[in-house]
Structures are given as C-alpha cells and as structure tokens.
Design a protein. Structure first.
Length: 200
C-alpha cells in the first residue's frame, strides 16, 4: 500500500490535485508560457512529450516512487505548473519535493511558496515525515535560491550525479528540512504569504 495517498490540497487561491491525463492541455499551455522546455536545467516537457510526461508520472505513482500534482489556479482552473513528491521512502518517513516548474507569468509570485507550504504541511503533519528533501542542478541558481527561501538547509553536492536533457552530466545540490525545524519554517512561510505584495 502506498505511503502517499491521493489528496487534493488548497490554500490562498492555489490548488494541488493529483496529476492526470486530463491535465495534458493545461500543462502544455503552462509550459508554453515562457517556452520552458528550452531551459537545460529543468525537466519541463517539450510540447510533443507532454502526454508521455504525465504517463511516466502515473507509472511512477503506481510504483510508489513519485506522486505528481498539477498546480491549479483555484478561481479559474488554469494549470500553473506541476510539483511532485518523489524518492519516497516509507521505512524512514522521508520524501523529496521536486519536478517543480511553473508558467513564466507566475514565477516569483506567491504560487511557489503556497504550493510548497501545502506540500510540506501535508508531508510533516499528515504523513508524519521526519525529513523532506530537495535536489537541484548545480547551475539552476534560481531553484537553489527558491529552496533556500523556503528555509531548507544545504546538505551538500553530489558530483557527476545525473544527466541533463542535453546529455551533459550535472552535479546535484541536495537540501533538507527536518520535522523539528518545521514549526519555525511554517510560521515564517505563513508570515511571508501574509505580507502585502506589490503587483507589477
């Protein structure tokens, strides 16, 4: 039986629902906002690969290694991107959050902080996780900054760890947050989301 069960999470105008084939058109439109598949340090699917991307995520869900969500704008139903639990280890109550990307027009908005608050709250408070981790490309500086803004701590770098989409080999930067650190991080994220934002 899977450690992570299907669940829909919602907060502050952002909804996370289990990724399904029905999200294909929405994901395709989200990725086209900024042509995100051209970024070498992300896993955003190319237009013709969107269905295969979802099918792979669903297969990994069946295997228990990844649970992917569609990130939705609650008021409109518009797909904003995707994020996942992955490298799920029930025996030690650990999982990672990754495969995260958003349409360019909502990057650096409240969306990522809200989605991560939802995922971390569910992981620590409902699933009883002891550790939540993140990993990112050593050249994906925007991702590293976003993870650090969440309050995660850098564990180190695994050198020569994985292939990029262009065939080059990347180093992977690893981060984590423990159950004991979670209450303070949660309070900080709630404070950040409660602050007034200027709209450009």
């Amino acid at each position: 039986m899977s450690f992570v069960k299907p669940v829909t999470l919602s907060l502050g105008g952002v909804t996370l629902e289990p990724l399904q084939l029905a999200h294909e058109d929405g994901l395709l439109a989200a990725a086209a906002d900024g042509q995100l598949w051209n970024l070498r340090v992300t896993s955003v699917p190319e237009p013709q690969q969107t269905r295969a991307y979802i099918e792979t995520a669903l297969k990994m869900r069946e295997e228990g290694s990844r649970f992917a969500f569609a990130v939705i704008e609650s008021a409109t139903g518009r797909v904003l991107g995707s994020s996942s639990y992955h490298d799920i280890l029930p025996a030690v109550k650990r999982l990672e959050i990754g495969y995260t990307w958003y349409r360019k027009s909502v990057q650096r908005s409240h969306v990522n902080t809200t989605a991560k608050l939802l995922l971390m709250t569910h992981a620590f408070e409902d699933l009883g996780c002891r550790v939540v981790g993140w990993r990112t490309d050593n050249y994906n500086f925007a991702s590293q900054q976003a993870i650090e803004r969440l309050g995660a701590r850098k564990d180190g770098v695994i050198r020569g760890h994985a292939l990029r989409r262009d065939g080059t080999i990347r180093d992977t930067v690893m981060y984590s947050l423990t159950q004991g650190e979670w209450p303070e991080v949660k309070a900080h994220l709630q404070y950040q989301l409660g602050k007034p934002r200027t709209v450009a």
